[in-house]
Design a protein around this ligand. Structure first.
Ligand code: ZN
Length: 426
């Protein structure tokens, strides 16, 4: 616990918490309730741009038992905004360095770092926390933790319900949302808010590029493959990036497109999402306010009514909150199968490829069954080989699929999930 200056240190935070108000009953302002915040165990996923801010804000909001997971190590390009890291920390684990820094700075806080992937832990690990806050740049990781928290809910045990607070930023834009698993719409219900990154069709890249990014993707996917200037592409090798940059520039010139630069080339090829320190600070702060409100009931939190806050800083400043509906056919929290409308003469391979681009699916390695029969499995290798022959078959004439058939899709990235469909033909 903090030293003798502790009461004064928390004086202003205590003022909000000790005074009963419209949302704070007497029982919420008792000494025992006040002490509860320090005892609440909170998990932060990600110790990068958002994670650094979230850890700092939680510690300064009175949370004293914090865990943080991040598998990444510190890169020199992180230093401009991930302010818990210094030059000497380059190469060390983010979670470890961030935890140690905030512990040194805020008296009495304990932060436990985990230098690993979220998938390395099971239900027992996640069950120990009261709240989970995500500061991630990966949709896949968000979907994984969302499915885990929804599956953990046991209606007989109130403690099994862990509020999930999710922050995300891209350049000057950001969002904060709060999910009460099974009770309110989950991340999978809202998946179509994200456009899949690989959504530029290959034919656009090959024939009529319209944006500088299209020229870069063309150099990256098509020109590199045709010319093979180096045996394998190393995205961290400046010589390789320079080759792609020059190819993309030439193509842009040919089509009268401007804006291809070396750093844009690097960003597109490495799939870097632009990060701005102040946007991260705004979104992290709003995530932590939600955590504080949920933990203390000091004011109404996002969640049951409005659950989604969006922030746009790129065109002046605009922010709004809205209510998102739960989807009855959500693969994680829904109960019913989705309709799947396709061309009957599509091949199985075309169908599987389309799952990567569908905004509400975004599956990279799908396996598929229909009416209980396996049509294609990604693994184990023996089954993959046996079922590979189906890939070039047409759905209706060769595979015998018909309207109303049940299709089940799985993907190794989401082990507990099955995506169920009822087939229809266009
Ligand atoms: Zn859902």
């Amino acid at each position: 616990m903090a030293g003798s200056d502790a009461p004064r240190r928390w004086q202003y935070l205590d003022q909000i918490r000790r005074n009963p108000g419209p949302f704070n009953q007497d029982s919420d302002t008792s000494e025992a309730a006040l002490e509860g915040l320090g005892q609440a165990k909170i998990l932060v996923i990600g110790a990068g741009g958002l994670g650094c801010e979230i850890l700092k804000d939680l510690a300064l909001s009175g949370f004293r038992n914090i865990h943080v997971i991040d598998m990444d190590t510190i890169d020199i390009s992180n230093l401009n905004r991930q302010f818990l890291f210094r030059q000497d920390d380059v190469g060390k684990f983010k979670a470890e360095v961030a935890a140690a820094f905030v512990e040194r700075r805020v008296n009495g806080v304990k932060i436990t770092p985990h230098n690993c992937r979220i998938q390395d832990f099971d239900e027992d690990f996640y069950m120990q926390f009261q709240i989970v806050v995500c500061g991630l740049d990966s949709i896949e990781a968000r979907r994984w933790i969302n499915a885990m928290l929804v599956n953990m809910v046991d209606m007989e045990n109130q403690d099994s319900l862990k509020p999930l607070i999710d922050g995300g930023t891209e350049g000057f834009k950001g969002q904060t949302r709060v999910i009460f698993p099974t009770l309110t719409p989950c991340i999978e219900c809202q998946l179509d808010l994200y456009t899949p990154r690989a959504a530029v069709p290959l034919c656009t890249l090959a024939t009529i590029p319209r944006q500088p990014e299209h020229c870069i993707e063309w150099a990256h996917i098509i020109a590199w493959d045709q010319e093979k200037p180096f045996p394998t592409l190393d995205k961290d090798d400046p010589e390789h990036i320079t080759w792609l940059y020059q190819k993309a520039s030439a193509r842009a010139q040919e089509f009268g497109i401007t804006g291809v630069t070396y750093s844009l080339t690097q960003g597109v090829v490495k799939n870097i999402i632009p990060a701005i320190a102040s946007t991260n600070a705004i979104i992290a702060a709003s995530c932590c306010n939600e955590a504080l409100k949920i933990a203390t009931t000091a004011a109404p939190a996002l969640g049951f009514e409005e659950s989604y806050m969006m922030y746009s800083g790129d065109d002046s400043i605009y922010t709004s909150t809205f209510k998102y509906d739960k989807k009855p056919d959500c693969a994680v929290c829904g109960e019913v199968a989705k309709p799947l409308l396709v061309e009957p003469d599509m091949t199985l391979r075309q169908l599987l490829d389309s799952f990567a681009l569908k905004p509400d699916l975004q599956l990279k390695k799908p396996s598929i069954r229909a009416e209980g029969k396996t049509l294609y499995m990604q693994s184990p290798p023996s089954i993959e080989e046996q079922t590979r022959v189906n890939l070039d078959k047409e759905l209706r004439s060769d595979l015998g699929l018909d309207v109303g058939h049940e299709i089940v899709v799985t993907d190794p990235a989401f082990p507990g999930l099955t995506f169920r469909f009822i087939l229809g033909f266009i």
